[in-house]
Design a protein around this ligand. Structure first.
Ligand code: ATP
Length: 293
């Protein structure tokens, strides 16, 4: 897409975005609530019309609504619709039939998202996380080339989240293209080939997680139990750039971890002290700190 704009009244939800997703790529869209991620994805999906700019999906235009694209893309949105009176299996078979997918596709996809045991449960009797997995299954059942997932792991418990990561890795391994939004930065760092950080309708960073982290702050953080070091005392230590109290730890930021560790050892001892190098979350917080929320 090139120079895409979308306004709602005075709100510039998408404000001049140019972005190319490569085939087989796993692209993460990150950004604060209201940054414009969903609007951007809905434009790519053909669910919303851009005010300006050009959009191409799998070599064709998604708007006006392009029926030929539907079998080739899979969508899971934050407001996925279900046939609530059907069982999970019946729901998925119905979706599979709508797309003309192979007969065994529903069963395979149920297993893929770990819902085989819930196959005979009515959709309205599924838990929030199970419904979310069914929504993901509905996006995948017809084997689409391009998959859009909007916060797919939001309602999932830690084990289900890890299981879905594996499903996503397998899909990528099959050569499928995945565009997904998430607020889990650890997840984006592990899964995505590239991430785009969106603030106020604009892409403020777009690169591999490793390069974004390397280009961000190279600072190291020392985490010291708060019962052993006060914030004021921490600020007096040599080489400390910043101090923050985060629950029961004092976080000291420095470029020179060695001398600071020695100073911390002298005043507080090293028991329970941890170090943490920069992560995608640190870069994200830096880039989004000045954005209006
Ligand atoms: N249908 C709409 N009508 C009016 N304003 C809208 C509409 N949809 C979104 N907006 C506004 O556009 C901006 C971008 O919203 P969008 O849902 O795209 O953000 P998002 O990044 O997906 O947020 P979240 O992380 O909360 O899902 C917000 O300010 C939102 O209030």
């Amino acid at each position: 897409m090139t120079d895409v704009h979308k306004r709602y009244g005075d709100t510039r939800a998408v404000d001049g975005v140019s972005l190319t997703v490569r085939r087989g790529e796993f692209l993460g869209l990150l950004g604060p609530n209201g940054a414009g991620k969903t609007t951007l994805v809905e434009i790519m999906e053909g669910l919303r019309q851009a005010d300006a700019g050009t959009v191409g999906v799998l070599g064709t235009s998604p708007w006006p609504r392009n029926l030929a694209l539907l079998p080739r893309i899979g969508l899971q949105t934050q407001a996925s619709a279900f046939f609530v009176r059907l069982t999970a299996r019946e729901h998925l078979r119905t979706v599979a039939a709508l797309y003309g997918a192979a007969r065994d596709a529903a069963e395979r996809t149920l297993a893929m998202v770990g819902l085989t045991e819930q196959g005979d449960t009515q959709v309205e009797g599924l838990s929030g996380g199970q419904r979310q997995r069914l929504a993901i299954a509905s996006a995948l059942v017809h084997g689409p080339e391009l998959i859009f997932l909007d916060e797919p792991t939001a309602a999932l418990d830690p084990q289900a989240r890890r299981d879905l990561w594996q499903v996503l890795r397998d899909l990528k391994g099959e050569g499928r293209t995945i565009v997904y939004t998430t607020h889990h930065l650890d997840e984006a760092e592990t899964l995505c080939d590239r991430v785009a950080i969106i603030v106020n309708g604009r892409i403020t960073a777009l690169d591999t997680p490793a390069r974004l982290v390397a280009a961000g702050s190279g600072n190291t953080r020392l985490l010291v139990p708060a019962d052993r070091l006060t914030e004021a005392r921490a600020r007096e230590l040599p080489g400390v750039l910043d101090v923050q109290v985060d629950g029961d730890v004092v976080v000291l930021e420095t470029t020179e971890a060695g001398p600071l560790l020695s100073a911390v050892e002298a005043v507080a001892g090293l028991q329970g002290v941890r170090t943490r190098t920069a992560s995608l979350e640190d870069v994200y917080l830096q880039l989004t700190a000045t954005g209006d929320r």
